[in-house]
Design a protein around this ligand. Structure first.
Ligand SMILES: Cc1cc2nc3c(=O)[nH]c(=O)nc-3n(C[C@H](O)[C@H](O)[C@H](O)COP(=O)(O)OP(=O)(O)OC[C@H]3O[C@@H](n4cnc5c(N)ncnc54)[C@H](O)[C@@H]3O)c2cc1C
Length: 367
C-alpha cells in the first residue's frame, strides 16, 4: 500500500498550533515563510510517497548484505534514493547555511522526519544518525573539524554514525573498553569493537564519519574517562578529497526482526585491515574525558527522532487500517443491508479508526 503524507494536518500543526508566523519573525528564521513551508511539504511528500515508500517492503525482504571484503550492499534502489535525498537538500533542512544547509527551524524539518520514517523507516535511520553527528560536531568540533566534515555531511555526500555500544557496554557505558592511543601528532589510534552501529557500513555515500567513544591510556575508570573521537572510513586529505582507507571494518550485520534494510553493524577498529597500518586513525572531539557529555548531543537528537518514529509508524498504520477497512467486505450494515458491506461502514470500526486518527494528531502536535 502506498503512503500519502498528511500534509494538511502537518501544516495545521505548524501554522495554527506552533505559530509559524510568529516563529518566522525570529532572527535567523525569516526564510520559513508559509509559501516556503508549503513548497517543502509538497515536495517532500512527493519524494517520500513516490521514491521511498515503494522501497519499504522490498528493502525489508531483500535486506542489507555484508560482502566478504567487509563492504555492505544496501537493497536495490536505496543508493539511488539516497542520491535523490541528498540532491534534494533534505539532510540540511535545519542546519546552518554556513555549511550548506537551508537554515530552517527544526519545526519545519520535523515534518520531514515524520514523512521519511512513515515512508521507509529503514532508510530514515541513515539520515537520523547523520543528524546526530552533525549536531555534535556543530557544538563541539573545532573550526577545522567543522570545515572538514560538516559541508559533506550536511550535503548528504557523507553520512555519520554514533559508536557507543560494545558487547559488554550497552545501557552502562561506563564499561566502554575501546582504546585511543595518542600518536604525538594530535591524532590517535583507535582499537576495539563496537556493536549495533546503525549504518556503520553501507554503499550509499562516499564516506562515513564515525563518532566513537573510547578511552585514552591515562583516562580514569568509569564515565569520567570516556572521550569522543572522529574516525572517518576514508581519511580526508588537506584539499578535502578522500585519502587512505582507515582501519575500521564491518565484521557482520545483525539479523533483526524488522528494519532489515538498515545495516546494524559490528565494527572492528584496529585489526590492521586498512591502508593506514594497525589502529584506526581518529581525532579527539572537544576535551579529553568529556565524551559522554558530548555523546548526549547525539543521543538527544536520536531520542527526538525515535519519538517521531512513533508518530510516523502510527500514521502509516492508520493509513493501512483505513485502506483495509475500505476494502474488506464483512457483515451487513447495522442499519440493515441486503448484502455484506465494507467494514468501514460499521460504527465500531469507524470509532477505532477515529481514535487512531485523533491519537496521531495529538502525538504530532505534542512532538
Ligand atoms: C536497531 C538498533 C540500532 C542501534 N543503533 C545503535 C547505534 O547506532 N549506535 C550505538 O552505539 N548503539 C546502537 N544500538 C544499541 C543500543 O543503544 C543498545 O541496545 C542499548 O544501549 C541497550 O544496550 P543492550 O542492548 O546491551 O541492553 P542491556 O544493557 O543488556 O539491557 C537489557 C535490558 O536490561 C535493562 N537494564 C539494563 N540495566 C538496567 C538497570 N541498571 N536498571 C534497570 N534495567 C536495566 C535494559 O533497560 C534492557 O531492557 C542499537 C540497537 C538496536 C537494537
Amino acid at each position: 500500500m502506498s503512503y500519502s503524507a498528511p500534509v494538511r494536518d502537518m501544516k495545521f500543526v505548524i501554522t495554527e498550533l506552533a505559530g509559524l508566523n510568529a516563529i518566522n519573525k525570529l532572527p535567523g528564521c525569516e526564510d520559513a515563510t508559509e509559501e516556503t513551508v508549503d513548497a517543502i511539504l509538497e515536495e517532500n511528500a512527493r519524494f517520500c510517497g513516490e521514491v521511498l515508500a515503494p522501497l519499504n517492503w522490498s528493502g525489508d525482504v531483500e535486506h542489507s548484505v555484508r560482502n566478504a571484503d567487509g563492504s555492505v550492499t544496501t537493497p536495490k534502489g536505496f543508493k539511488e534514493a539516497f542520491r535523490q535525498f541528498a540532491e534534494g537538500g533534505w539532510q540540511g533542512l535545519h542546519f546552518p547555511a554556513d555549511y550548506g544547509g537551508q537554515g530552517l527551524p527544526k519545526l519545519v524539518a520535523t515534518t520531514g522526519i515524520e514523512m521519511i520514517n512513515s515512508a521507509n523507516l529503514s532508510f530514515a535511520l541513515c539520515p537520523l544518525l547523520s543528524d546526530g553527528a552533525i549536531e555534535a560536531l556543530l557544538l563541539t568540533g573545532t573550526e577545522a573539524q567543522r570545515e572538514t566534515y560538516l559541508h559533506k555531511l550536511v550535503a548528504g555526500r557523507w553520512t555519520g554514525t554514533m559508536n557507543l555500544t560494545e558487547p559488554q557496554a550497552g545501557s552502562d557505558l561506563s564499561l566502554v573498553r575501546s582504546r585511543a592511543v595518542p600518536q604525538g601528532d594530535g591524532s590517535f589510534r583507535v582499537f576495539g569493537q563496537k556493536i549495533f552501529i546503525t549504518y556503520g557500513e553501507h554503499d550509499m555515500a562516499e564516506n562515513i564519519v564515525h563518532l566513537v567513544l573510547a578511552r585514552t591510556p591515562t583516562a580514569p575508570e568509569g564515565v569520567k574517562g570516556i572521550s569522543l573521537f572522529i574516525v572517518p572510513k576514508f581519511l580526508v586529505n588537506a584539499d578535502g578529497s578522500l585519502g587512505r582507507r582507515n582501519d575500521v571494518f564491518c565484521a557482520s550485520i545483525e539479523h533483526k526482526l524488522g528494519i532489515k534494510a538498515s545495516p546494524t553493524a559490528v565494527l572492528v577498529y584496529g585489526d590492521d585491515k586498512g591502508e593506514v597500518g594497525e589502529g584506526a586513525i581518529g581525532y579527539l572531539v572537544g576535551e579529553e574525558n568529556r565524551g559522554l557529555e558530548y555523546m548526549f548531543i547525539m543521543m538527544n537528537a536520536a531520542r527526538f527522532a525515535v519519538g517521531m518514529q512513533g508518530v510516523a509508524v502510527a500514521e502509516r498504520a492508520y493509513q493501512k487500517a483505513v485502506a483495509f477497512a475500505r476494502e474488506r467486505v464483512q457483515s451487513r450494515a447495522v442499519e440493515g443491508s441486503a448484502a455484506a458491506v465494507t467494514i468501514i461502514r460499521h460504527p465500531d470500526v469507524r470509532r477505532m479508526l477515529m481514535t487512531m486518527s485523533a491519537l496521531n494528531e495529538a502525538a504530532r502536535a505534542y512532538a
